[in-house]
Design a protein. Structure first.
Lengths: 403, 847
């Protein structure tokens, strides 16, 4: 496996899903002899002109609940939940539950190739899901991944009633019986609570996410540009503060937990320029009731790309978009992976002059590396600093890929 | 002093290289045949296990269904509701892949879910040179291994025709798999991988053949298995993977035992040869041994040295024999594999495997047999009074005296053999042991019978003149030489007689059975590409069309299905039988009226082998895993059947549909013609139906002939082994006769000096040889008949569970007599030539 690790090109989050088929290459059993490393070039993967799938070109006119469901005409899509929770006894947890959909071929090609008497197992979409629980008190990290096809009920997504699932892992919304439950957030408040369920081995999670703040449309009213070319963008919205309750079970112990969750929804067909090595993304929930989302598209030389961006949501739910020039993320301490020696900057200095914010974002602990088919670091972080002249703290999630 | 004896032994053997060569050859051939059979059977078994392992990957358990397979939603339930991850759906069928260029091959089509594969099969891993997921999932594409692709000239993007049963579809070659590890490469030699959707579309089978599970061997694993059991609907079974492969491998157990026994016969002949060779060499060194003993060498010392000598020969011969055995085995493996494919399960043997067990077994048998065979003569030589050792006449007197004791011993051993055969056991090994004891008894009785027979034949041979008289006297006169040779030859001939009679009787039984059981006019099935498969289902449209063909009066529909019953795989056949079919069953138990009444009431008709294996009788019940859970079914009757040694169960069509609800598939039909219609003409019409596809259709006569062809093919390997045994025996006889004749060089030289012409020498040797061969042939007849009886009524019964009558004509006996005399005459050629043309003076100085 050493061979595989050293030659594998770490992929950024967007790449992660686009490369689903490739990532599966590495999914062969770890205990086995070295598997051939995927020899796909990141540039080729991302630069490949896909004219057959739909692309994110224009400012979207989202319609809900339909847009909570899948967008099969786009190549990739994800539902990305993260959150920080505290048990009744004060023990702290972080979690991640992510569902990725990836189209293997576009619908026209598929329709031409597949028989009308196709097997029920036939599908053109593959799904991957990641589940992680950071047991911060114990400094232990549980994570798992699953794969499935979008057929016979093994995996899939639907808008109403909301459900996205892969095997036993799932997120389900309230069944509104088709009725739109109000104007707030496009009627989303009525579709809450959302329940997240996942388990792997000794670890299980069952959370109920309530409606906290309206949906935030990222980028230009939901169009999030990732590169200079038209269509090199994604559709992107978030729920940045969802009060969460539930249970986390680790081994024989069950913890009643409360806290805050975050959802990122994004779909696209091509999203990253070839000159980028990866990205660093953070979702920060501050104790003053505001949230910050920042991503830094990282060039091969380590500098931030010009399409890095972010958003700030005030306590009332009003949001502003942050451009690359509006913020600076500076890596500080690193944590070194025991698996392959990769150094991840787990402490960041964040400066946003426009918001008069100076924050130190640091991992709750270092060992939150996802040892999945494509390896990356994603974990709970703690925030301390000042905003608008007042001290502020908070908790959040940090993802770093491409190291 | 003892070194002197050892050196003398070495010198002796080096000076008589031909004798040495024959001794070595005897053991060599014996070991070679045993090793060859082991290698051939072992390679076939290993090929199967490897492919089973490669195919089932690292699965620890499987979920199997009845004939209709496992519904896909069971898999979804395990994954989604139970949340299992190490679980994989599999469609596993045979498919004929035909290229645009016309090349075609039957391959195992393994339909898998690549997303579920990582815990199971390493070669179903995506990546360069491996699986292209888009190509595999999003369209109907097949992925052969690189070797298969090369053989068929296939490249990615090519389209092929894929046939299963009567169904042919077009599929794309989505890629070529080039796994790096040897096991996967081997597995892929016979596999073509496809996504489960493709496999379902190609085969038309919309369920799963099995679900594989991988669970840990601990409490967690047990909990998972409990949960799985709880989630399984009736009719599905959770089994250990090994139980399934074990059941398959066990099918060939009896077959392998029979091959091994035949091989051991060859080794027994090898022992004769060693015995003979050691005895002869000791006779030649009698004076030296006498001298040594007179000077104080102990009897134990002499025995030890002789055994050491034998050991050296044994080691060399065994080593050579094992090498020869591996070579021979690589030839036999094709024969073994063909029979396994004809009768048991599909296996492709791509490499010859020599296991450590084979090596140890071959070595132990070779060296052990050599030392054992040398033991008696060594002791005899060592314990003879030193003075006596110097005289040849003493030896022969001793042999004659021994003959009496040997006769007594022989009679006792014969009684043991009879007892062993009479024991009501089911052990195949005991049966073969009895057979070997029988052979031993015959060998022990040979000296006395030789004396008696040569006395009886003397007047006839003596009539040929002085040479004839000389010859007639020489056989009993040198009994220590002639008896082992006659014993070896007669046993070889007897084995020939026995095998011929057994195969002939079996064949006659099969022919009678075919006459009786094939009563319809045409037999049609969807082609199955393996003896153990019942995948092929006849198209309902075809079934409708057949009924409308001109000349067709009626159709009987059969549903063949393989089920696991206990540890065995049995074939269950659901069919609506009416009066006209009853005659086709030769009932072995119960009265016809009661049997058919019970059958119609839901009982099963069990084949003789099935009933034998389980010790079942009419009225008892058999437990079967059915589509509605385990059921006890009454055995309505037992019928004669040679179709499957695993056993066949017939069950009434209505009962079948009740036990396997929803399975209305038809795998075979029998077609009855209206009077006055020619089977071949109607057959052509049926084949010409547009819905016929790739059906396999035969007339009554055609099926009969095809069955006999498979039968004969099955016994090809028996014939080969018999021939090998005869060759070993022939070498043994040659050696014995040569020893006999060479020993008498001086005598012949004296005769020649006193006027015997070279021509008369030829006559003398010829008469001696012929007499020997004739005596062997006479002795072979009763032994052969007895062995044939044991093979038919004990070995076959216990091995395969079926019975048939012993049918023995005179032909095998006459053949044996001819072969015996011819072999003996041939063996005399070289000694005769040597004595006839040799230097008389040198001959006189001999000894």
């Amino acid at each position: 496996m050493g061979d595989l690790r050293s030659t594998r090109k770490p992929l950024a989050m967007a790449q992660l899903t686009m490369a689903l088929a490739v990532t599966l290459a590495a999914a062969c059993d770890r205990a086995e002899a070295p598997a051939p490393a995927p020899a796909l070039d990141v540039g080729e993967l991302l630069g490949g002109a896909d004219t057959l799938h739909a692309r994110a070109v224009d400012v979207p006119a989202f319609t809900f609940p339909a847009d909570h469901g899948p967008h099969p005409e786009f190549r990739t899509e994800w539902w990305y939940w993260t959150g920080n929770l505290t048990a009744d006894d004060g023990r702290e947890f972080g979690y991640q539950l992510t569902f990725f959909r990836s189209a293997l071929v576009d619908s026209a090609t598929y329709a031409a190739a597949v028989d009308t008497a196709a097997s029920a197992w036939r599908s053109r979409h593959a799904w991957m899901a990641h589940f992680a629980v950071s047991d911060i008190g114990a400094r232990s990290f549980h994570h798992a991944e699953r794969f499935a096809r979008d057929a016979v009920g093994l995996a899939g997504a639907q808008a109403d009633p909301f459900r996205v699932w892969l095997g036993p892992w799932q997120a389900t919304g309230r069944d509104t019986g088709g009725a739109d439950a109000g104007a707030d957030g496009g009627g989303d408040a009525g579709r809450f609570p959302v329940r997240l369920e996942a388990a792997d081995g000794d670890v299980a999670m069952d959370l109920v996410l309530a409606y906290g703040k309206p949906m935030v449309l990222q980028g230009d009213r939901g169009l999030s540009r990732k590169g200079p070319e038209p269509g090199n963008a994604s559709y992107y919205y978030s729920f940045t503060r969802m009060p969460t309750t539930g249970t986390i079970r680790i081994g024989d112990r069950s913890y009643g937990v409360t806290g805050l969750s975050w959802l990122d929804r994004e779909w696209s067909t091509s999203a990253l320029s070839a000159d980028l090595a990866g990205w660093d993304w953070m979702a920060l929930q501050l104790d003053d009731g505001t949230e910050l989302m920042l991503y830094r598209l990282r060039r091969h030389d380590g500098t931030a790309g010009e399409f890095s961006a972010g958003s700030f949501v005030d306590a009332d739910g009003a949001s502003v978009t942050l451009a690359a020039g509006d913020f600076a993320m500076t890596p500080m301490d690193t944590w070194r992976s025991p698996l392959d020696g990769t150094a991840y900057p787990v402490t960041w200095q964040v400066a946003i002059p426009r918001l008069a914010a100076e924050l130190t974002v640091s991992a709750a602990y270092g060992a939150q590396e996802m040892d999945t088919a494509v390896r990356y670091w994603e974990g709970a972080v703690r925030i301390i600093g000042t905003r608008a002249g007042a001290p502020v703290t908070g908790r959040g999630y940090l993802e770093m890929t491409g190291y | 002093m003892s070194r002197l004896l050892l050196l003398s032994g070495i010198r002796y053997h080096l000076r008589h290289p031909l004798q040495l060569a024959l001794a070595v050859l005897g053991v060599l051939l014996g070991v070679a045949v045993v090793v060859a059979v082991d290698v051939a059977a072992g390679s076939a078994r290993r090929a199967f296990l490897l492919s089973a392992e490669a195919v089932s990957g690292r699965a620890t358990h499987v979920i199997r269904g009845g004939p209709a397979g496992v519904p896909g939603d069971v898999y979804v339930r395990l994954r989604v509701d139970l949340g299992l991850d190490s679980v994989a759906p599999v469609v596993d069928r045979y498919v004929r892949v035909e290229t645009a260029g016309g090349a075609s091959r039957v391959l195992r089509l393994l339909g898998v879910d690549p997303f579920a594969e990582r815990a199971f099969r390493s070669y179903v891993a995506p990546g360069p040179g491996q699986l292209d997921f888009s190509a595999l999932l999003a369209r109907a594409s097949l992925m052969p291994g690189a070797a298969t692709a090369g053989e068929l000239g296939l490249e990615p993007g090519d389209s092929v025709r894929a046939t299963t049963g009567t169904r042919t579809v077009t599929a794309l070659i989505g890629g070529v798999l080039e796994p790096t590890d040897a096991l996967a490469r081997r597995a892929l030699a016979d596999l073509v991988i496809a996504d489960i959707a493709t496999a379902q579309e190609v085969t038309g089978f919309r369920a799963l053949d099995r679900i594989e599970l991988r669970v840990s061997d601990d409490a967690d694993g047990a909990a998972v298995l409990d949960a799985v059991r709880g989630a399984l609907p009736a009719g599905l079974e959770l089994l250990e993977t090994e139980a399934l492969t074990g059941a398959t491998v066990r099918m060939t157990r009896a077959f392998e035992t029979n091959l091994t026994a035949l091989a051991l016969v060859a080794l027994v002949f090898g022992m004769f040869l060693i015995y003979n060779s050691v005895t002869f060499s000791l006779v030649r060194r009698r004076p030296l041994i006498g001298l040594l003993r007179a000077q104080g060498v102990t009897a134990g010392g002499v025995t030890g040295l002789v055994l050491l000598e034998a050991l050296l020969i044994g080691v060399v011969a065994t080593a050579l024999g094992m090498a020869a055995g591996v070579l021979l085995g690589s030839q036999l493996v094709a024969l073994v594999a063909r029979t396994v494919n004809d009768l048991y399960f599909t296996v492709a043997v791509s490499s010859v495997h020599v296991s450590g067990v084979t090596v140890v077994k071959g070595a132990a048998l070779g060296v052990g047999a050599t030392v054992a065979a040398a033991f008696l003569p060594a002791r005899a030589a060592a314990y003879a009074a030193p003075r006596q050792s110097l005289a040849r006449s003493t030896l022969e007197r001793g042999t004659r005296r021994q003959a009496r004791w040997l006769t007594v011993a022989g009679a006792a051993v014969l009684a043991v053999a009879v007892l062993m055969l009479a024991v009501p056991s089911r052990s195949i090994v005991l049966g073969f042991a009895a057979l070997f004891v029988l052979i031993l008894a015959a060998a022990l009785l040979t000296p006395a019978l030789t004396l008696a027979l040569s006395a009886a034949l003397r007047p006839a041979v003596a009539a040929a003149g002085p040479v004839g008289r000389l010859a007639a006297r020489s056989v009993p006169a040198s009994l220590s030489r002639t008896a082992p040779a006659i014993a070896a030859l007669s046993v070889a001939l007897a084995v020939g007689i026995a095998v011929t009679i057994m195969v002939g009787s079996f064949r006659a039984g099969v022919e009678t059975w075919l006459d009786r059981s094939l009563q319809a006019d045409l037999y049609i099935s969807a082609p199955d590409f393996g003896a153990d498969r019942t995948d092929g289902v006849l198209d309902p449209a075809f079934l409708e069309d057949v009924a409308t063909v001109h000349g067709v009066a009626g159709i009987t529909r059969y549903r063949h299905a393989n089920l696991l019953a206990g540890d065995d795989i049995v074939r269950v056949i659901g069919v609506d039988l009416d009066l006209r079919h009853y005659d086709a069953f030769e009932l072995l138990d119960g009265t016809a009226a009661a049997v058919w009444r019970d059958f119609a009431a839901g009982g099963v008709l069990a084949s003789e082998s099935f009933a034998w294996r389980r010790g079942l009788e009419t009225g008892e019940s058999v437990r079967l895993a059915t589509g509605v859970g385990p059921r006890e079914l009454t055995v309505a009757g037992v019928f004669r059947d040679y179709a499957s040694e695993q056993g066949v169960l017939f069950i009434d069509g209505a009962s079948y549909r009740r036990l396997w609800p929803g399975d209305d598939a038809v795998t075979n039909i029998a077609v009855w013609l209206a009077d006055g219609h020619d089977a071949d003409v109607v057959l052509a019409r049926v084949r010409a139906l547009p819905s016929a596809g790739g059906i396999s259709a035969r007339s009554n006569r055609g099926l009969r002939e095809a069955t006999i062809v498979v039968f004969d093919r099955t016994f090809v390997i028996t014939g080969v082994l018999r021939l090998l045994a005869l060759i070993v025996a022939f070498v043994g006889v040659t050696g014995a006769l040569m020893a006999l004749h060479l020993e008498r060089q001086r005598e012949v030289a004296v005769l020649r000096a006193t006027g015997l012409t070279p021509r008369q020498v030829w006559g003398l040797v010829g008469a001696q040889s012929g007499l020997l061969g004739f005596i062997a042939a006479i002795l072979a007849a009763p032994l052969g008949l007895a062995m044939a009886w044991a093979m038919v009524h004990v070995i076959n019964r216990r091995s395969f569970g079926w019975s048939f009558d012993l049918v023995a004509g005179s032909t095998p006996f006459l053949e044996a007599a001819l072969v015996g005399v011819a072999a003996a005459l041939l063996a005399g050629v070289w000694p005769a030539w040597r004595m006839a043309s040799g230097n008389i003076g040198a001959g006189l100085r001999e000894e």
